[in-house]
Design a protein around this ligand. Structure first.
Ligand SMILES: Cc1cc2nc3c(=O)[nH]c(=O)nc-3n(C[C@H](O)[C@H](O)[C@H](O)COP(=O)(O)OP(=O)(O)OC[C@H]3O[C@@H](n4cnc5c(N)ncnc54)[C@H](O)[C@@H]3O)c2cc1C
Length: 362
């Protein structure tokens, strides 16, 4: 059992930047992640990031992770404690955190907590979706890019958002034939640049189409896809069989709010944010004083916005601890401007819509 000044849960881009700002403000920080190393989603992202230079565009996710870790070490000044391979399993009404590492449980009593637990992958219902060989896209990335394991030889990708397109490309890079990318919506969800790369490799991308079922005896041996009508119903007779051993689902992410829910903070269903998300004030604080949230757990978006939100949450959390930050107001204004710029493009229309909703209901 221990009393901590600031605890950051999740060492992805949002949590790393929250910790960075807390350290800059002079706070003692405990950074916890259930993974064995820092980086969150960045660890498996071998592709170069999109966005602006200021937000690490054209740098590979794995390299961004090393840069962030280096910045933390440089500014840690002996005040950073990292607890990796450690899961925060409980968040109690008295504000205590229950942590578990290698079957040992212990409690922490932080003065301030920044929750940056990211998001979880969604799935879709179809016959055979419990067969070995049906994966979520993030799991496929972990297998290929972290563990060096090929999930199969021929794949069907379900979902054409950026994650579906990028992982389909990475499957091809790993020598796995992507037979088809199917997308239920009328249009491809991700950036055209990623779709074009796939098309150049000869991978067909079909919109208004989805998986009907996966089949096989002990594992996936094939999949049936079908066209969707204007109501989103499958069109009988349009079925097509594909010979694949891997079905990869990239059908969206939802904020990982379980820890915050244990604390009974106010949440709200915002489809544009990925589902149930915590209600935050303008300082990124939840309805529970001293508990902040940022990154995908607050609003499923991108690493670039997660980093800026992490910095803002870190600065406000330091303010909650009465830590003095030089030129605090200017710093906050600059970061908020940066967030608005990141969210100004057509791809962020849903986020702007979600933010308008939050504003309307705040
Ligand atoms: C395939 C793919 C490609 C992408 N490409 C881009 C891109 O090109 N550009 C871009 O800007 N964004 C991209 N993104 C999005 C980006 O990776 C995420 O938006 C970003 O990582 C979110 O950061 P985060 O810190 O909020 O969450 P994460 O990076 O998910 O980090 C959350 C961390 O919290 C930890 N955690 C969760 N629960 C607990 C717990 N109970 N106890 C302890 N630790 C816990 C997790 O282990 C994880 O390390 C991509 C995402 C994917 C999946």
């Amino acid at each position: 059992m221990g009393t901590e000044e600031a605890v950051v849960i999740g060492a992805g881009p949002a949590g790393l930047f929250a910790a960075y700002e807390l350290l800059l403000a002079g706070a003692d920080v405990t950074l916890i992640d259930r993974a064995a190393q820092a980086g969150g989603q960045l660890v498996k992202q071998t592709h170069k990031f999109f966005g602006s230079k200021e937000h690490y565009a054209s740098i590979r996710g794995i390299d961004i992770r090393h840069r962030l870790e280096h910045a933390l070490e440089k500014n840690g000044d002996g005040r950073l404690r990292t607890l990796y391979s450690t899961t925060v399993a409980g968040f109690y009404a008295d504000g205590a955190l229950a942590c578990v590492k290698a079957e040992r449980y212990y409690r922490l009593h932080p003065e301030v907590v920044v929750v940056a637990t990211g998001a979880s992958e969604r799935t879709v219902a179809f016959a055979g979706n419990d067969l070995p060989g049906v994966y979520a896209a993030g799991a496929v990335q972990t297998l290929m890019n972290e563990q060096g394991i090929r999930p199969g030889n021929r794949a069907l990708m379900v979902g054409s958002g950026n994650i579906g397109l990028i992982v389909a490309y990475q499957l091809m890079q790993a020598g796995i034939q992507v037979e088809r990318v199917v997308e239920a919506a009328d249009e491809i969800g991700g950036y055209q640049v990623h779709a074009s790369k796939l098309r150049r490799l000869g991978v067909p991308i079909e919109t208004k189409t989805t998986i009907k079922r996966a089949f096989g005896t002990n594992q996936v041996e094939g999949a049936e896809i079908w066209r969707l009508d204007a109501k989103g119903e499958g069109i009988a007779g349009s079925e097509e069989r594909l010979t694949v051993d891997t079905v990869c689902l990239a059908v969206g992410l939802s904020p990982l709010v379980e820890l915050l829910s244990q604390l009974s903070v106010d949440t709200r269903f915002i489809p544009e944010f990925g589902g149930v998300a915590p209600v935050l004030d303008e300082t990124y604080m939840t309805s529970r004083p001293g508990v902040f949230a940022c990154g995908d757990v607050a609003n499923v978006e991108e690493a670039s916005t997660a980093m800026v939100e992490g910095r803002l949450a870190g600065i406000h959390a330091a303010g909650y601890l009465n830590r003095q930050i030089p030129r605090r107001k200017e710093k906050i204004q600059a970061l908020e401007t940066s967030l608005r710029t990141l969210r100004s493009g057509p791809a962020s229309e849903h986020v702007r819509k979600g933010l308008r909703k939050v504003g309307e209901h705040a």
